[in-house]
Design a binder for this molecule. Structure first.
Ligand SMILES: Cc1ncc(COP(=O)(O)O)c(C=O)c1O
Length: 353
C-alpha cells in the first residue's frame, strides 16, 4: 500500500489540551460572557510579553478600530499605511473617512520607510506599521521618525506574536484569530502606551462603560458612544490555555526560522517568505507534493473599496514583486524535516530549468 503523502497547510490553528479543558470548564461554569477568564488572560498576557495596559477585544480588527478612534483619526486626516497588508489594517480607516495614503512595500514585504518619509505632510495624523509575518524591520526607525515629527504611530502587530520587538508604539494591535501563532478562536489585544487611553479603551470596548466599576446599562448615564468589542470568557479560556504553551510555540518558531535560513529562505515568526520567478508554477509544483505555498495578503490599492484598481507605477516595488512573493508554512505542525523537504522541492523545481 502506498504511504499517504503528508499535507502541509500554509496555516494551521494550534490548540493546546489545556485550552480544550479550560473551555469545557467555562462552558459548564454558567459564566460565558466577559468575566474572570478575561481578567486572568489580560494579566497573563501582560506578564508573558512584558507589556502593560492590556485590553482584550474580540478581534484584531476591533483593536485597530479602537486604536484609530483613540488616536482621534477623523475625516480628512492623512494616515500613512502599507499598501501590502491584510485589508483589516485599512478598512477601519475608511469607516472614519480618513485619507488613506499608501506607502510602497520594501522587498522584505514590510513598509518602505523611504516612501513613508516622502509621504509625510502637515496633515499626517498617524502612521501604521504592520509586522508582516512578524517581521519587525522598520519599527525602530518609525518610532524615531514619529517622535521627531510628532505623529501617532500605530503598530498592527496582528502577526507579531513570537517577534522579539513589538508593543512599542502609541497603540499596538494584536490578533488572536484562529490561525495566528497564539489564538483564542477569535480575539485581539489593544495595548495603549498612555494610561488614560487604556482606561478609555476599556470603556469603549463595552458600550462606553467600565465593567470593573460595575457600571450597568440603565443605572449609570452613558457619556461616550462605545462599541461591543469586548472579549468573552470562552475566548479567554482558549487564549489562556494556549498562552501557557507560548514558550513552546516561540521555541518551535525559532527552530524553523533557523532551518529555513539554512536554505537561504527568509523566515519570520508567522511565515517564511521568498521572492521567486514563476511563482504560480512553483506553487502548483509544491501543491502536487503536499505543500501549500500562499500569497494570502494582496496589495490593497487594487481593491475598489480603496479606489482601485491603480495603474502600475505608483508603487514600483509592489509592482515588481507582486507576482513573486510566496509565503511558506511555519506553524506548530511543520517539522524541521518538513522545512528540509520544502527547500528540496523548491530546489528541484528550479534545477529542472
Ligand atoms: C496584518 C493584519 N491586520 C489585522 C488583522 C485582523 O485581525 P482579526 O482577524 O483578528 O480581526 C489581520 C488578520 O489576519 C492581519 O493579518
Amino acid at each position: 500500500m502506498q504511504k499517504r503523502m503528508k499535507q502541509i497547510k500554509l496555516f494551521k490553528p494550534y490548540v493546546s489540551w489545556r485550552a480544550v479543558w479550560n473551555t469545557v470548564h467555562v462552558l459548564r461554569s454558567g459564566q460565558l460572557a466577559e468575566g474572570p477568564q478575561v481578567k486572568a488572560f489580560e494579566k497573563e498576557f501582560g506578564d508573558a510579553f512584558n507589556v502593560k495596559n492590556v485590553a482584550t477585544v474580540n478581534s484584531g480588527t476591533a483593536a485597530l478600530e479602537l486604536a484609530y478612534e483613540l488616536a482621534g483619526i477623523g475625516e480628512g486626516d492623512e494616515v500613512i499605511t502599507p499598501v501590502l497588508t491584510c485589508t483589516a489594517t485599512n478598512l477601519p480607516l475608511l469607516h472614519r473617512k480618513a485619507t488613506i495614503v499608501f506607502a510602497d512595500t520594501a522587498h522584505d514585504l514590510n513598509i518602505d520607510i523611504k516612501d513613508v518619509r516622502k509621504k509625510i505632510t502637515p496633515r499626517t495624523k498617524a502612521i501604521v506599521f504592520v509586522h508582516f509575518g512578524g517581521n519587525n524591520r522598520g519599527l525602530k526607525e518609525l518610532l524615531e521618525l514619529a517622535k521627531q515629527k510628532n505623529i501617532i504611530l500605530i503598530e498592527d502587530a496582528a502577526q507579531a506574536i513570537g517577534s522579539s520587538f513589538w508593543g512599542k508604539a502609541d497603540f499596538t494591535c494584536v490578533s488572536l484569530q484562529a490561525i495566528k501563532a497564539l489564538t483564542s478562536g477569535d480575539g485581539g489585544v489593544l495595548i495603549c502606551k498612555d494610561d488614560v487611553m487604556h482606561q478609555k479603551a476599556r470603556r469603549l470596548r463595552w458600550f462606553g462603560y467600565d465593567r470593573e466599576l460595575k457600571q450597568k446599562l440603565g443605572d449609570t448615564d452613558l457619556l461616550e458612544a462605545g462599541y461591543k468589542y469586548h472579549m468573552n470568557d470562552i475566548s479567554a479560556a482558549i487564549g489562556r490555555g494556549n498562552l501557557a504553551d507560548i514558550n513552546k510555540i516561540i521555541t518551535h518558531q525559532q527552530k524553523l526560522m533557523v532551518e529555513y535560513k539554512e536554505f537561504g529562505i527568509t523566515a519570520h515568526p508567522w511565515f517564511a517568505c521568498m521572492l521567486v520567478p514563476r511563482r504560480e508554477e512553483l506553487r502548483a509544483h509544491l501543491k502536487e507534493r503536499g505543500v501549500e505555498g500562499g500569497v494570502y495578503h494582496y496589495r490593497n490599492d487594487q481593491y475598489a473599496v480603496f479606489g482601485g484598481p491603480v495603474k502600475p507605477g505608483k508603487f514600483p516595488i509592489m509592482d515588481e514583486i507582486e507576482d513573486q512573493y510566496l509565503l511558506l508554512p511555519m506553524h506548530m505542525e511543520v517539522t524541521v524535516a518538513d522545512v528540509r523537504m520544502i527547500a528540496s522541492i523548491i530546489k528541484e523545481f528550479y534545477d529542472r530549468e
